[in-house]
Design a protein around this ligand. Structure first.
Ligand code: DC
Length: 219
């Protein structure tokens, strides 16, 4: 059983997906963490993320492992636990760039699908309902007003001790959105059969309640 949740940055996907997975007793798969892991390796290797060829040559020798401990996901790259380092601004910006490289997306596809076979999963990302799990039992696409998304992302950064100017957050989010929505391969778009939820005026719990209602009625 797969529940797919897609949407842009700052829309509340991770919070909602984690809560929903906990409520249902499912695994939580954060697919963005895999793109962040590739970004981490790219930065660590001193390769420019726009250098598609060099990033592509990294893939066959890269070992990404995800494990789930008490519902939390832990990511290692080539044997090192990089979970904490995946949230830095450098990794965030680089992930958005390397995720547009077709070879990176192809390489991560079977890794995501293998995790999907480990049991019932709530999977969250940009192309989970369209590409990774097109036959997911339930698909949700979250949206929210741009200013709400900027405010949410800024609060997260402040809580993590990385809050800068709100204008910087706004600019970074707009850049990521543009790249994610306009890339030629697996752009961020709702699956035709996804249920759209505007989270602008909803709390995470309210979004989860809507999802549970959909899942429990099988509609
Ligand atoms: O959800 P996130 O912010 O952790 O994702 C990091 C980047 O990875 C994001 O800019 C786009 C990319 N990504 C993607 O292209 N496809 C996914 N399924 C998940 C993330």
């Amino acid at each position: 059983m797969i529940i797919a949740i897609d949407g842009p940055a700052g829309v509340g996907k991770s919070t909602v997906a984690r809560l929903l997975a906990a409520r249902l007793g499912y695994l939580y798969l954060d697919t963005g963490a895999l793109y962040r892991a590739v970004a981490w390796k790219t930065l660590r290797s001193g390769i420019r993320p726009t250098d598609h060829e060099s990033v592509t040559t990294l893939m066959p020798t890269t070992l990404i492992h995800m494990q789930f401990l008490n519902g939390a996901m832990q990511v290692s790259v080539d044997g090192s636990d990089v979970t904490e380092e995946l949230r830095t601004p450098e990794v965030t910006a680089t992930a958005s760039i390397v995720s547009a490289i077709p070879a990176v997306r192809e390489w991560l596809l079977p890794i995501q699908r293998q995790i999907g076979q480990r049991g019932s999963v709530v999977a969250e990302g940009r192309d989970v309902g369209t590409k990774v799990f097109p036959t997911a039992a339930y698909k949700f696409f979250l949206e929210a007003d741009a200013d709400v998304r900027v405010a949410r992302r800024h609060r997260e950064l402040v809580a993590a001790g990385r809050g800068g100017a709100v204008e910087t957050t706004s600019g970074d989010l707009a850049d990521r959105d543009r790249r994610d929505r306009t890339r030629s391969i697996a752009p961020l778009i709702p699956a035709g059969d996804a249920r759209l939820i505007d989270t602008s005026a909803l709390s995470p719990d309210q979004v989860v309640e809507q999802m549970i209602a959909t899942v429990s009625t099988g509609s």
